[in-house]
Design a protein around this ligand. Structure first.
Ligand code: HAM
Length: 425
């Protein structure tokens, strides 16, 4: 049906990102990029849609794939999905390109899940993530967690808690899952009704239920730690040792099984106590030693994490950290002659690395000066007929009313402006 009023809005669960908020977003990406480069991670970009099969292993029993995936048939009737997460596409790319290992990559972009939108939960959300493929060394787990931690610290978050757990290897997961299911089935009457449908097929998902009845049952249930192989225990101990050595505080959370099926060994989450409990995970990740093989590659261990950009920034808001950086121009060019000077001067200044802006449409002096004041610029360069004839430009310091106006030579504008900006900084 056509919308006659053309009153189109963003689809439910999506948001526009506008200036100046976008500058903060960009600063977060820059902060992440700097930390990632420091640790030897290269940027990867994969398509926003993939063959739906790429995500089946994420897996088929999870809400993410079963209920929330945006699936569609393209015009050639191929089954496609908008990516709900970033790890499976990275593994698909690994299998396709076979880069040398360890392969350390980071990524950012939009992800899509058909969820009930609320603060901190969207249908199109954005993640920054990192993955390392090709090493089972527990020190890689430490390196990956440390990268996430360093980014959270770089943006100033203090109220974040790192929770870690070990899922053991794939067999442990199956064996433990069976034991949990038996326990849950034996206590079905005490489990909250909304959790019961998961008991048979996804018993581990019941563990992170926050419903009190369910929680009382799971608290009495089998403990994952009792099912870990000696090798898995050694791996987990070495991870804890590494976190300790790097001064990264953490707590062991035996209920942490995470919402995706591919995890083995280390799983972790960073939660923010500054956010509402329902959406307080700002970063989640873990090992997935079988995923590459599932996607047709050689046995290849992997570990990584994804951070929700929106949630991370909400946590920053709540802690009053990571303010929006200013994007004010240094210079505003006011041209009350024919506009050519504004055109040429902004160009020259920008070429020289000085942020410069101007008004358009032949506005009055008053209107242009108002724009200059509002822009946050330090200097206004003013050109009228008289200045034009004399080969001069008038300069006004916008943040210092008393200093009046001075004249500089048109031919010296760049160097004079630089000198004045430096003197004021
Ligand atoms: P995930 O836990 O599903 O893991 O998502 C990671 C983070 O993305 C969450 O902690 C949260 O901050 C954010 N997030 C998830 N869904 C939404 C949503 N609907 N709205 C806003 N933010 C959301 C993964 O996606 C895994 N690929 C992480 C990973 C990487 N594991 C290993 N490597």
């Amino acid at each position: 049906m056509s919308n006659k009023s053309n009153n189109f809005r963003t689809p439910i669960g999506t948001r526009d990102l506008l200036p100046p908020d976008s500058a903060r977003w960009q600063a977060l990406l820059d902060a992440f990029a700097a930390k990632a480069a420091m640790a030897g991670f290269g940027l990867i970009s994969t398509p926003t849609f993939e063959d739906v099969g790429v995500f089946s292993r994420v897996g088929e029993g999870t809400d993410v794939v079963r209920k929330e995936m945006y699936e569609f048939a393209d015009k050639s009737d191929r089954r496609m999905a908008l990516r709900p997460e970033g790890t499976a596409p990275v593994c698909r790319a690994f299998v396709q390109h076979r880069p040398p290992v360890p392969w350390k990559v980071w990524y950012h972009g939009p992800y899509f899940r058909y969820e009930a939108p609320q603060a901190g939960r969207y249908r199109q959300f954005h993640q920054i993530g990192a993955e390392v493929l090709g090493s089972a060394d527990p020190d890689v787990d430490v390196e990956v967690i440390s990268l996430a931690w360093s980014v959270l610290r770089a943006v100033g978050l203090e109220r974040v808690l790192l929770l870690v757990n070990s899922m053991g290897d794939a067999e442990t997961r199956v064996e433990y899952g069976r034991a949990v299911r038996d326990h849950l089935q034996a206590n079905l009457a005490d489990i909250d009704e909304d959790d019961r449908d998961k008991v048979d097929h996804h018993p581990l998902r019941v563990l992170d239920s926050k419903r009190p009845g369910t929680r009382a049952v799971t608290a009495e249930g089998p403990r994952l730690a009792d099912y870990l192989s000696p090798e898995a225990v050694r791996h987990f101990e070495r991870v804890q040792d590494g976190l300790g050595a790097l001064g990264i505080p953490f707590a062991i959370e035996p209920r942490l099984v995470r919402g995706l099926d591919y995890y083995t060994h280390t799983t972790f989450e960073f939660t923010s106590s500054a956010l509402d409990a329902a959406q307080n995970t700002v970063c989640g990740g873990g090992r997935y030693d079988g995923l590459v093989e599932e996607l047709g590659g050689p046995p290849t261990p992997g570990i990584g994490f994804g951070m929700g950009i929106e949630r991370l920034l909400l946590a920053c808001d709540a802690e009053e950290q990571f303010p929006t950086p200013t994007t004010d121009p240094a210079v505003w060019v006011v041209d009350v002659a024919d506009g050519r000077s504004a055109r040429d001067l902004t160009h020259e200044l920008r070429q020289a690395g000085v942020a410069a802006d101007r008004s358009f449409d032949g506005r009055s002096m008053r209107s242009q000066m108002r724009n200059a004041d509002r822009s946050g610029a330090q200097l206004a360069l003013i050109v009228g007929e008289q200045e034009l004839q004399q080969g001069q430009v008038a300069v006004r310091r916008l943040r210092n009313d008393e200093s009046g106006q001075l004249m500089i030579a048109r031919s010296e504008v760049v160097s004079e402006v630089r000198r004045l900006l430096e003197a004021d900084s």
